[in-house]
Design a protein around this ligand. Structure first.
Ligand SMILES: Cc1ncc(COP(=O)(O)O)c(C=O)c1O
Length: 476
């Protein structure tokens, strides 16, 4: 029996209805590794990484492309090694992320450092390890990096993160290039009409506006520390879970205008433009995921045209996908604890506006501590009974966690068999990104293990926390 495309390709269902991945049953995985359990299809991660790198190279046939995997989506030593083997860099944004990547054996020259509030120690490590890109996030940072580089007797390679003014992304908290937020340096002064640098405006007018903006001032500041800093490019990350290339085209065109402006004012050709991450995946049946082959080609064509119009050579174009690579490769398995049916107030409706009278609350042994996204962003997931077929009749169900919050929801709405009961196993797909990396110990609940599965079998990538881990942290 098949499953729908939101599940990894190696997922199947037996005659009895049990879900398996690479031939290993859900029940066996829980027996061997405990519940709840993050399961990563390692084969799928590798295949998706390869797919993205190839899609970028194919789309930008006339330019060099670099792809960095955004480690914030999910990081472990094994994942780092896969990304390096597939020709990627790894984007990190803390001492912890850099340390895991280095411990995995990644050379510093394959890492990137981000962060809107980097510590001196993080900058020092990045310079010592010769990272090819330290992404400057605020106007005072070049001076600080230059001072540290001077002390170390080295030259740091830096980019500037620029907020283009383009609004994109599924939720305010994951939309990162509008003006009123903490990341990057704005392209335009606040008083300027943001649209001045869009398609139809005359190039010189746009360049005049950009030449007065904070981004160009920050770039000049970087150039003024020539002995300590090498300016390698500009960076634009507009948000997350974006379905098509439209917003990327707008933001990237503005970056090309900034590049032209710097060439005009300082005769400096920025070698690289990094367009960040944000490529969408489908979380539920019927949702769209970004077709990276088609959309990166559209982006490439638009940028080719922009640079031709500006009379500029093509820069190296870089990408930082996280979610697109790992989200669809992960599923979370939970055990059902309690099932409770509640009568709803008159006039209640489901998410599609249909009247409903009852909802079944299915509580599992995890929740917002292993997947905060539904509580944080209202993210939608779905779930499947994974240890058996279950009755044909289904209930409108809400899968909830075990935490002391009524917002502790795993799946807002899905159909589960009417006979779902304590001891059953539920599987939630598309949990490979921003699940384990955003996990917490809320209610002192232990963070589950991550198990990697491929054709060779299953093995622990990150071990389950133990009560002793919690006790060890408490130094009283
Ligand atoms: C700078 C930067 N690059 C890349 C990413 C990865 O985004 P996604 O996982 O949506 O591809 C993020 C996510 O927040 C980011 O902040």
């Amino acid at each position: 029996m098949g499953v729908t495309p939101i599940w990894p390709q190696a997922v199947d269902r037996s005659e009895s209805g049990e879900l398996s991945i690479h031939g290993i049953g859900a029940t066996q995985l829980l027996e061997q590794f405990g519940s709840p359990l993050y399961v990563m299809d390692i084969g799928e991660v590798r295949q998706r990484a390869r797919h993205f790198v190839q899609a970028a190279a194919n789309a930008f046939a006339n330019a060099n492309t670099h792809v960095s995997y955004a480690g914030k989506a999910f990081l472990s030593k094994r994942i780092v090694r896969i990304m390096i083997e597939e020709g990627m860099l790894v984007d990190t944004c803390s001492m912890g992320e850099m340390s895991i990547a280095l411990a995995a054996g990644a050379p510093g020259r394959r890492l990137v450092l981000h962060g809107n509030n980097k510590s001196d120690e993080e900058i020092e490590l990045a310079i010592q390890e010769a990272l090819p890109k330290i992404v400057v996030d605020e106007p005072q940072e070049p001076e600080r990096i230059a001072r540290i580089a001077q002390r170390l007797g080295k030259r740091a390679r830096v980019m500037l993160r620029v907020t283009s003014g383009i609004h994109a992304g599924g939720h305010e908290y994951i939309s990162t290039a509008h003006e009123d937020q903490k990341f990057g340096v704005p392209l335009l002064a606040a008083h300027t009409d943001a649209c001045v640098c869009d398609h139809d405006a005359p190039v010189w007018e746009a360049m005049d506006a950009i030449a007065d903006g904070p981004a160009i001032a920050a770039l000049k500041s970087i150039l003024s520390f020539e002995d300590q800093l090498e300016l390698v490019g500009i960076h634009s990350h507009i948000g997350s879970n974006i379905h098509d290339a439209d917003a990327f085209i707008q933001a990237a065109s503005r970056m090309m205008l900034l590049r032209k402006t710097l060439y005009h004012t300082d005769a400096y050709v920025l070698p690289e433009v990094d367009l960040g991450g944000g490529y969408s995946v489908a979380y539920t049946d019927g949702e769209d995921s970004m077709n990276v082959d088609a959309e990166l080609s559209r982006l490439a064509q638009a940028l080719h045209e922009t640079n031709r119009r500006l009379g500029m050579p093509a820069p190296v174009i870089s990408f930082e996908p996280g979610r697109w690579i790992v989200a669809p490769a992960g599923i979370t398995l939970y055990q059902v604890g309690t099932v409770k049916r509640v009568n709803l107030p008159q006039g209640s409706k489901d998410s599609e506006g249909n009247p409903i009278e009852q909802r079944t609350y299915v509580s599992v042994d995890g929740g917002m501590s292993d997947n905060i996204r539904p509580a944080l962003y209202g993210a939608q997931y779905t779930a499947l009974l994974a240890n058996r077929q279950g009755s044909e009749q289904t209930w409108l169900s809400r899968v909830v966690g075990m935490h002391c919050e009524s917002g502790d929801i795993v799946v807002h709405e899905c159909q589960l068999p009417e006979d779902v009961q304590r001891g059953d196993v539920l599987a939630v797909p598309v949990t490979g990104a921003y699940g384990r990396t955003m996990a917490s110990n809320y209610n002192q609940v232990l963070i589950p293990a991550v198990v990697g599965v491929d054709a060779q079998g299953a093995s622990v990538m990150i071990r389950r926390q133990k009560i002793q881990d919690l006790l060890d942290l408490d130094q009283d």
